[in-house]
Write a protein that binds this ligand. Structure first.
Ligand SMILES: [Zn+2]
Ligand SMILES: [Zn+2]
Length: 328
């Protein structure tokens, strides 16, 4: 399924089968998660996509062919492809263990074609092994919602009382990890989203309410997954002294002005950008240990456009995933 420009629906196209270059694996795609970032691309909020573009950066597939020099994977192996597709390996960010900040980085389903397709190719160095025990559609959300959520969670430090603003794919995974580590979770949904609040409570959140509500006690940290700038001052106001607000999305509407008192008391705000391969390896070990269970709503590849709109509507609990039937 191909994205050709803002305002255009995704269209089915027969593309030439991608050839794996040196160091790349060719994959038969089984499933691909749908992410808020995909909506930011189709809506033009991320402004430099390759066009035409195959979206999708939470790819689960099996290796079907190898480019020259591939060492890590063999045909038939199941692998995951995340958002980070390539980095320069030389700049000060790459050299300092912060490849997520590389200026030259390329991203899957943005700079290079992604996984809303039957076949794809990926640089093997940026692929992950998928933990056994996760069916394909349930593994897919681990690859962005899970591992970028996990990076955001790591920046929440040792917060005992953790607020999650926007209880979608990432938050439902982070909630499980946090509870397994003995944290207390407070979930914030769109005001009036009683299904979302019930979902959070069922997963073990101690409290769930609208993002316009204050939690019953102050928070030690909050992660803002929803792309709504007004949640930043709301989250700061919900945090006690020394609390941190972590913004986990790649795009957010403008943050409204707020009084300095909300930041005073050593509160902090930071963003989370992309992922490193180390984040991915750490999360792929952590997920089965919890164990993280992903709640998924599945669409066939031909309905990728409907899958995007379903994610936008916020009407599903957990993650939206595209399942790719093996071509006959
Ligand atoms: Zn994503
Ligand atoms: Zn670099």
């Amino acid at each position: 399924m191909v994205f050709t420009g803002v305002g255009q629906p995704l269209v089915a196209r027969d593309l030439p089968n991608p050839e794996p270059g040196p160091g790349a694996v060719h994959l038969s795609v089984h499933a691909c998660g749908v992410c808020r970032t995909d909506l930011h691309i189709v809506d033009g909020e991320l402004q430099r996509p390759k066009l035409p573009l195959v979206l999708g950066h939470q790819i689960v597939g099996t290796v079907s062919a190898l480019g020259a020099g591939v060492m890590r994977f063999a045909p038939g192996q199941r692998v995951g492809v995340p958002w980070l597709a390539w980095t320069c390996g030389k700049c000060r960010y790459c050299a300092g263990g912060r490849e997520n900040l590389c200026d030259e980085a390329l991203f899957t389903g943005y700079d290079v074609d992604g996984g809303f397709a039957e076949e794809t190719v990926a640089d093997e160095r940026y692929c992950f092994s998928i933990p056994d025990g996760y069916p394909d559609v349930q593994a897919a959300p681990l690859l962005c919602a899970g591992l970028i959520g996990y990076r955001a969670y790591s920046f929440a430090g040792d917060a005992e009382r953790l607020g999650l603003y926007g209880f979608g794919a990432a938050a439902h995974i982070v909630c499980q990890v946090a509870l397994a580590e003995g944290r207390r979770v407070f979930a914030f949904t769109r005001p009036g989203d009683s299904d979302g609040q019930a979902f959070a409570l069922a997963l073990g959140a101690e409290w769930a309410g609208g993002s316009d509500e204050r939690p019953p006690e102050e928070l030690d940290a909050a992660i803002v997954f929803a792309p709504a700038g007004e949640l930043v001052p709301a989250a700061l106001a919900a945090c006690g002294k020394g609390g941190s607000v972590v913004c986990a999305g790649i795009h957010m509407s403008e943050i409204p002005a707020f009084p300095y008192e909300l930041l005073w008391g050593e509160r902090s705000i930071r963003s989370v950008a992309n992922l490193t391969r180390a984040d991915g390896e750490a999360f792929m070990r952590a997920a089965p240990a919890v164990p993280v269970h992903t709640e998924v709503t599945v669409f066939p590849l031909a309905e990728a456009g409907a899958a995007l709109e379903t994610l936008r509507s916020g009407s599903v609990s957990g993650a939206v995933v595209i399942s790719v039937a093996t071509p006959g």
